[in-house]
Write a protein that binds this ligand. Structure first.
Ligand SMILES: *[C@@H]1O[C@H](CO)[C@@H](O)[C@H](O)[C@H]1NC(C)=O
Length: 241
């Protein structure tokens, strides 16, 4: 799981919540990438004290103008995973890494532990619904009952891959079949094209992605904003789940 992070008032709160959730998940390697010139001792202490057993703490300082937040930190995380695998001398451990699935999880959201069971089902690229994205109560793929394949998306975006960053996972093998430093996130992509730009590098059409979360009907990640909305609106929006 690759998570970019940057310094702000709620950083500690978000990371404590995230690592407390992750501590309940077995066989997960947490790759936290700070947007900073060096790793922050305070964050290192937080990771040391957290219930997460396997983690890497990295940094990459973003410079200049860019559209896509976290792009370079996600690339740093991907490079790290490639390096972990190529430098692993224990064959069993290496095979275990190669059998993994990469998930990009932003730090400010809440993740239902059931999500991780879905992530483990991914064979190439899997997708699942995500709550409260771009003004929709939830964003999800639509599966054809005849073919069992994805035939479209309920999402605000009209891009070829309209899902949210938290709405897909990629098998490590799909990442390793590319050249050494691809696929990469492009920080210069238009913000709403970032995911499409990234996923197009795998050469799979939308209908070849694997619909998870009971054929894209179950939501396991809830945006911070949704929690606030649900709180304000009473139980009104809960019916959507
Ligand atoms: C998903 O839909 C397909 C096609 O309708 C069906 O065969 C399959 O059992 C469904 N899977 C789940 C987990 O609901």
């Amino acid at each position: 799981m690759i998570t970019p992070t940057y310094r702000r008032v709620t950083q500690r709160l978000d990371l404590v919540r995230l690592t407390n959730s992750l501590g309940h998940v077995e066989n997960v390697h947490f790759v936290l990438v700070e947007d900073s010139h060096q790793i922050t001792p305070r964050i290192q202490q937080l990771l040391d004290a957290s219930p997460v057993l396997h983690w890497s703490h990295l940094h990459f300082s973003t410079t200049g103008q860019y559209h896509v937040k976290g792009a370079e930190q996600r690339n740093t995380g991907l490079d790290h995973i490639r390096g972990m695998i190529s430098s692993e001398i224990d064959a069993d451990l290496r095979r275990a890494y190669e059998a993994g699935v990469v998930y990009f999880a932003d730090e400010s959201n809440a993740y239902d532990l059931k999500l991780f069971a879905e992530i483990r089902k991914v064979k190439r690229i899997g997708v699942w619904p995500v709550g409260a994205v771009s003004g929709l109560p939830f964003q999800h793929c639509v599966v054809s009952p005849n073919t069992g394949k994805i035939k479209g998306y309920v999402a605000e975006s009209l891009n070829p891959f309209p899902m949210d960053t938290a709405g897909f996972g990629i098998h490590v093998k799909s990442i390793l079949t590319h050249s050494r430093d691809e696929p990469r996130w492009n920080k210069h992509a238009e913000a709403d094209m970032a995911i499409t730009d990234f996923l197009q590098q795998f050469g799979l059409p939308l209908e070849e992605l694997e619909p998870l979360g009971s054929n894209c009907t179950e939501v396991h990640r809830v945006d911070e904003l949704l929690q606030i909305l649900v709180h304000c609106a009473g139980a009104r929006m809960e019916g959507a789940y």
